[in-house]
Ligand binder design. Structure first.
Ligand code: BG6
Length: 482
């Protein structure tokens, strides 16, 4: 199949996050992060968030795929595919093990120096997320995560140290990964990973939602202050936000369903609205006020938000969202997750994620119209079971099919709709620990890693069929999709 050629300099590559692949969870001075207290789950069983590390439990992020010691070989394989960019995150706890120290951990900083040098050796541009579900556990337990204003200072200190240290090695940054996920505030995993909040049993919806808006506000201020500092440290930095975008559809054409979809979108887009415009959208400001939530928002915060708007909008795209007013009336929408229904026209992955390639084109158009900013697809992909044959080969036509259809839609958005797109970084370019389930067997990679959900395996890397396919796509700058 012939696709469209992407503009010169288009950043083809892949994406990962530190806690999902590095392992070495307590080496070289690294502290414990919230990901280190999450056990393995499955497609049907949520991960348990334990009170500290309990001996005998399976914590898959502790060792992950041991990228910490294998990164040279792994980056070499990515270079072989022709990667122009590689997205990862800096584990906050490698730099500030507890999060509230004054001085950073030199060994942690050195690891990322070496990693970024290795990328540049092959002409690969690092794309760096500062906070990707890896908040120091100490900040969760002692401070209540981002419900505490002090976290703004701790995050900004962390950002400043990274910006200064990697001033000449990293140009593309993002502050918080998928900050908008917490709009589903009843989901304990999303609240713990995004904001470091562990809700107490028996807490009501109102209290949870109020806490979520408070934490989101502090994160947005922290992000804005970081953006401002980053630009001072290096005016060439491109610093973006990162959202989990999912276009919203009404289940039926009824006015109630359409209105619900609109309200859902307003509430979900609130996070990126603030990142991009530097102020709260009316709809959400009114909503917070009407509910009697009284977030601590100061005049200085408002100035910070205005002065620290982002350069681009990074986003992950996995699926679209369908909502029905049969589940929730438009005026009763609170936790967004509760309005979601299955879309009867779409197929699903083994984990129930709907597959909707056209949704990616719709997303690119929507975000362009709403923000008038460059966009960056920093995650997209299919989590699937793979089988490694005796000869080491892995045949994954389903993954190629998924990616081909999404790339096709992305290229149409760029060429036919005029979207300004910086690059395409599919998720989990090398197999890693799933964030949602903690599994290894939910695989996204072009590179197979021999390890299973029980933690068994040799960690040997091998190329899947999609490896050679993606290499051709990159070589042809998007034209050859066969
Ligand atoms: C995104 C996250 O939500 O989706 C990643 O930024 C995550 O960290 C990815 O891994 C895929 O989700 P999962 O649950 O399949 O790992």
């Amino acid at each position: 199949m012939t696709g469209y050629t992407m503009p010169k300099g288009f950043l083809w590559g892949g994406a990962v996050a530190a806690h999902q692949l590095e392992g070495a969870w307590n080496e070289d001075g690294k502290g414990m992060s919230v990901a280190d207290v999450m056990t393995v789950g499955s497609a049907t069983k949520p991960r348990e968030i334990t009170n500290g590390v309990i001996p005998g439990k399976n914590y898959p992020n502790h060792d992950a795929i041991d990228f910490y010691h294998h990164y040279k070989g792994d980056i070499k394989l990515m270079a072989e595919m022709g990667f122009k960019a590689f997205r990862t995150s800096i584990a906050w706890t490698r730099i500030f093990p507890k999060g509230d120290e004054k001085e950073p951990n030199e060994a942690g900083l050195k690891f990322y120096d070496d990693l970024f040098d290795e990328c540049h050796k092959y002409g690969i541009e690092p794309v760096i997320t500062l906070s990707h579900f890896e908040i120091p556990y100490h900040l969760v337990k002692e401070y209540g995560g981002f419900t505490n204003r002090k976290l703004i200072d701790y995050f900004v200190r962390f950002a400043r140290v990274c910006f200064k240290r990697y001033k000449n090695k990293v140009k593309y940054w993002m502050t918080f990964n998928e900050i908008d996920n917490q709009s589903s505030f009843n989901n304990d995993f999303l609240m713990a990973t995004n904001s470091g909040i562990l809700f107490k049993n028996g807490m009501g919806d109102k209290e949870k939602e109020a806490a979520m808006y408070q934490a989101a506000h502090y994160e947005l201020v922290a992000s804005a202050l970081a953006v401002k500092e980053g630009h001072k440290i290096n005016p060439d930095f491109q610093i973006g936000c990162m959202i989990n975008y999912s276009p919203v559809r009404p289940l039926t054409p009824s006015s109630d369903d359409v209105l619900l979809a609109d309200k859902f979108e307003q509430r979900r887009d609130f996070f990126s609205d603030v990142h991009v415009n530097g102020e709260y959208p009316n709809a959400v400001e009114d909503y917070i006020e009407r509910n009697g939530y009284r977030p601590d928002i100061t005049e200085e915060d408002k100035i910070a938000l205005k002065e620290g708007t982002v350069d681009y909008v990074g986003f992950s795209y996995y699926q679209s969202t369908t909502v029905s007013s049969k589940k929730v009336k438009p005026d009763e929408l609170t936790d967004l997750q509760e309005a979601i229904v299955e879309n009867p026209t779409l197929q699903r992955s083994d984990w129930g994620w709907e597959i909707d390639p056209e949704g990616l084109r719709i997303s690119l158009n929507h975000l362009t119209d709403r923000y008038h900013k460059p966009l960056f697809i920093v995650e997209n992909g299919l989590g699937a079971y793979d089988k490694r044959e005796a000869d080491g080969s892995v045949h994954d036509p389903y993954r190629i099919d998924y990616l081909r259809k999404h790339i096709e839609q992305m290229e149409k958005a760029v060429v036919l709709d005029g979207v300004d797109l910086m690059g395409y970084l599919p998720w989990g370019c090398i197999d890693l620990v799933s964030a949602g389930t903690g599994q290894m067997d939910k695989r996204y990679g072009f590179i197979y890693v021999d390890k299973n959900d029980k933690g068994e395996g040799t960690l040997e890397r091998s190329k899947k069929d999609s490896f050679d396919w993606y290499k051709k796509v990159i070589e042809s700058n998007g034209k050859d999709l066969d």
